[in-house]
Ligand binder design. Sequence first.
Ligand code: UDX
Length: 459
Amino acid sequence: MGVNAAQGPTVAAAAADDGAPAPRLTVVGTGYLGATHAICMAVLGFDVLGVDVDAGKVDRLNEGQVPFFEPGLPELLTKALDSGRLRFTTSFAEAADFGDVHFVCVGTPQRPDSDAADLRYVDSAVEELAAHLRRRALVVGKSTVPVGTAARLTELVRRVAPAGDEVELAWNPEFLREGFAVDDTLRPDRLVFGVSSEWAEKQLRAAFAPVIAEGTPVVVTDLTTAELVKVAANSFLATKISYINAMAEVCETVGGDVTQLAEALAYDDRIGGRFLSPGLGFGGGCLPKDIRAFAHRAEELGVGQAVGFLREVDAINKRRRTRTVDLVRELAGGSLHGVRVTALGAAFKPNSDDIRDAPALDVARSLHRMGAVVTVVDPAATDNARRCHPELTYATDALAAAAGADVVVLLTEWNEFRHIDPDAMGAAVAHRRIVDGRHALDAAQWRAAGWEYRALGRP
Ligand code: UDX
């Protein structure tokens, strides 16, 4: 049997290998990561209890509503609830009583006062759960944390849990991408199990039995290495994006074309074309804060020099936002005052309503601050954007938003923006000028339709 959700539960078949019953799972934190994990594990056939301190979120999930945009997830939530294998609660006591393996999936945002990760949600989730653990159980961290956190939490759990040493801690970093969260959870590239005992490894293997049965590679490590894998992976991805954007900066000065450069690099298998798309750069709830937290932690531990380049990766990435604003200003004739700008996109990437550290919104806000009259349009993220930035104007339709525009700027490469007809949009705008912040449009087609087309790193 496979892990294809359509094929139904596979737990019984996978767990039958050693005859042990499938562990009962809890998932603490029902944000992006936790809700997806809880739903997918129930679809795979496990009995799952999701836990969150937000009663409103718990109610919505129990009623079958996913509180964020993620393709495919609402259908799986309905399926999991209908199966009777998934529930959500606010009670840590209930969770402790229910579960054999407890996944901790709460957020670790950047602290407001520094580059460090804010661990208060992880600490309180683990502490509240541990206070009720009265029998042997495995607590598994999935959140992205600074190296050393798992060792500290091991002490905390042992001190707080009534079951004491019977409770173990493991780390199982999560690599899911927004927009592909279901697929990444059901069919991950790899599983990483950071453990301190054979028992913990056995529990994790049972908790992922259907995924492992599909041939997913498992890398078993100590706790420290498992914590590092996640930040190392995100740092590498961020570095790759900033590398090609650094090449874009060089192209801008010397008159090269970074899209052709990237294509030529990508044919080298050792380099590869993924995460080599130049443009406005990375944002979101992971890459920016993870590279900052990693650099900060490394400095704390005296090994800052080893990852000092991450500061440069961050700086290159931020410069892309400034440079995009500059391009819009250049196209507008040197001043943004009173210039009507249509911003296509607000989400940090397509197929997401997430606006955390979104390059698109950052550019829209800068343009607004510099005097432009900005109308933002996004297929999914407008509500979130409006809530945080009511000073901007929002529209629901790209052509309507472009009415009377002096400059159009594409900031998030949603498919529907890629397929805009330059003639139709040309009829709506006051001036046919476009900045393609994501290299998502066919420059020749737009120029043929009479548009002045500009993109970062291209002549
Ligand atoms: C990322 C990691 O990919 C994932 O493994 C980890 O678990 C969480 O962080 P996510 O934040 O969902 O996932 O987004 P991702 O698809 O990685 O994109 C991140 C940002 O990089 C986006 O803003 C995207 O627009 C940008 N990006 C991506 C580029 O600018 N160029 C690229 O070539 C690829």
